[in-house]
Design a protein around this ligand. Sequence first.
Ligand SMILES: *Cc1c(COP(=O)(O)O)cnc(C)c1O
Length: 372
Amino acid sequence: MPVPLRYPVLEPDLGPLEERYVTEAIRSGWVSSIGPFVERFEAQFAERCGVAHCIGVANGTVALHLALVARGIGPGDEVIVPDLTFAATAAAVVHAGATPVLVDAARDEWNLDVDLLERARSPRTKAIIPVHLYGCPVDVLRVREILGPDVFVLEDAAEAHGARVRGTTVGGIGDAACFSFYGNKLVTMGEGGCITTNDTAFAQRARFLKDHAMSPVRRYFHTDAGFNYRLTNLQAALGCAQLERLEETLERRATLLGWYREELSDTSITLNPSPPDTDPVCWVVAALLPPGTDGDERDRVASALRARGIDSRPFFVPMHALPPYAGCRLVTRDSGMSVAEELGGRGLGLPTSARLSRSDVAEICAALRAVV
Ligand SMILES: *Cc1c(COP(=O)(O)O)cnc(C)c1O
């Protein structure tokens, strides 16, 4: 008999405001991709990121794909991505017809190691997708300085709504950024995503391609093979409510992370990084088990927690260890075990639900100490 899970890792936090807006959308009859909530969400999200344009799309993965295609990236081009990320980042590059180049993680930050970018670039480098992993922002301005103005900097901010680097909110630092509004993200629409940017020509191109690339003056005349990557009014209704509650969500998660830090302060388990000059957000409480822990040992810890009704998630498997990306060029500092491999094997996402109390966190941490 499986033990019932008392503590899931993440769950959507939906309340009366979400119910009200979704009901409003249903009653208005605008449930497809035209409707006031889509426009409202796009305007409010752009403002939050401090940019001129937000293009709502069906999910975060197609946001990445659309951004690359709208920028004209395709066969023969290289796109630098972190080795340690959710696979959608690298998959979007492959779907655009381009080649991912994998960069190892920085040990103290978990994000891609910016010091390796000189070595990762080549004459074919057209773009980079820095991922703000687990809510910890990459110093995108440093990335820009190193790679220069010709390389398209596309932030993958799917896990970092509201995080800041030197006071600037993610989503407004690179040439463009992609967000996800999947069920477990900091803002959810069930499924959903968007692109943010200040580049008007790029924004127009992305808007055009996401909606079948149909000529605005001649119906059913398509100048490109377009996509249907549209966001619905129903999704956006949920998103508008979630966006109004984002501050509350971020505060709640910061509080939770603070409790975990207190409970685990006398162990050799380390939690979410917080590099200087950044204001990370907590997407998930991410724990690195003691140095020397490998993937098998971490999985044993996860099963032992599960037997006590506590769910957890392993860190992402590094891209170079996955069949579609095994042949990609991988840039690391030296030839030993890569940092991404080590972090990938040691890391465990812990319960981060809004409804957890101080004593729930104490119980989860006691269990973790007991099984590590
Ligand atoms: C969730 C996520 C995505 C993909 O978003 P979907 O909305 O699930 O398609 C992309 N990149 C990262 C880093 C993510 O965490």
